[in-house]
Design a binder for this molecule. Structure first.
Ligand SMILES: CC(C)(COP(=O)(O)OP(=O)(O)OC[C@H]1O[C@@H](n2cnc3c(N)ncnc32)[C@H](O)[C@@H]1OP(=O)(O)O)[C@@H](O)C(=O)NCCC(=O)NCCS
Length: 186
């Protein structure tokens, strides 16, 4: 579908609770084979807050990015997705640069992510942003047959990171099956 020129007025902001239903659809569109269950999106929202970003206009969401708050100077980008009709207009890059800027302002020293080895578009984006591959392809990284590349971006030193303390966790749900989301398949 051709991009509506109005889409060029998209903005990036932190996600709010009311975004969660739309984020489910957006995530399912970006990752049709492995959408996050709603509870994982909910938990990422609770934990990541100001680092859970959405790309939007006044009508809808067109992209999102989830990064963990920096912990001991390290942050993980867990997921990045843009609606198919908005691809190729620099929105993926904008989400990434906005997240990197926010993380950088919080004394993050290193950002990590994982990506599927065949996801050329995403790998190219990350490389152009300065991410480098760490080692060889990680076989079965996210489970049997789910190989991933680990990529890292080192940020310039500004100040020492805060001491490592346990980040506050979302309230326990009491369901033994529930787990936090792993680094996402890129
Ligand atoms: C990966 C993704 C987020 C990129 O979003 P996007 O809005 O198309 O990103 P951009 O327009 O900023 O372009 C990203 C890169 O794609 C490549 N690209 C852009 N337009 C392209 C085109 N027409 N043909 C081929 N590659 C293209 C470029 O390498 C570009 O990087 P650069 O700007 O540093 O050169 C999007 O394709 C997506 O949501 N994919 C499905 C989910 C996914 O794979 N997410 C990432 C891993 S989890």
């Amino acid at each position: 579908m051709p991009l509506n020129p109005d889409r060029m007025r998209l903005c990036i902001r932190s996600a709010v609770e009311n975004d969660l239903p739309a984020l489910e659809s957006l995530d399912a569109e970006a990752f049709p084979m492995e959408p996050y269950p709603p509870f994982v999106l909910r938990q990422h929202f609770d934990v990541c807050r100001g680092h859970f970003l959405v790309l939007h206009d006044e009508h809808a969401l067109y992209g999102y990015l989830i990064a963990t708050p920096p912990y001991g100077g390290l942050s993980w980008i867990l997921s990045l997705g843009v609606t198919r009709d908005a691809w190729g207009h620099g929105w993926g890059r904008r989400l990434m640069t906005d997240s990197i800027r926010r993380l950088s302002s919080e004394r993050t020293q290193e950002i990590r992510l994982t990506v599927h080895p065949d996801n050329d578009r995403a790998v190219s984006l990350y490389e152009h942003l300065g991410f480098t591959q760490e080692g060889d392809i990680r076989k079965d990284y996210l489970g049997l047959g789910k190989h991933r590349i680990l990529m890292t971006l080192k940020l310039p030193d500004s100040a020492p990171p805060p001491p490592r303390t346990h980040p506050s966790a979302p309230s326990a749900t009491g369901n033994a099956d529930r787990r936090g989301g792993p680094p996402r398949s890129w």
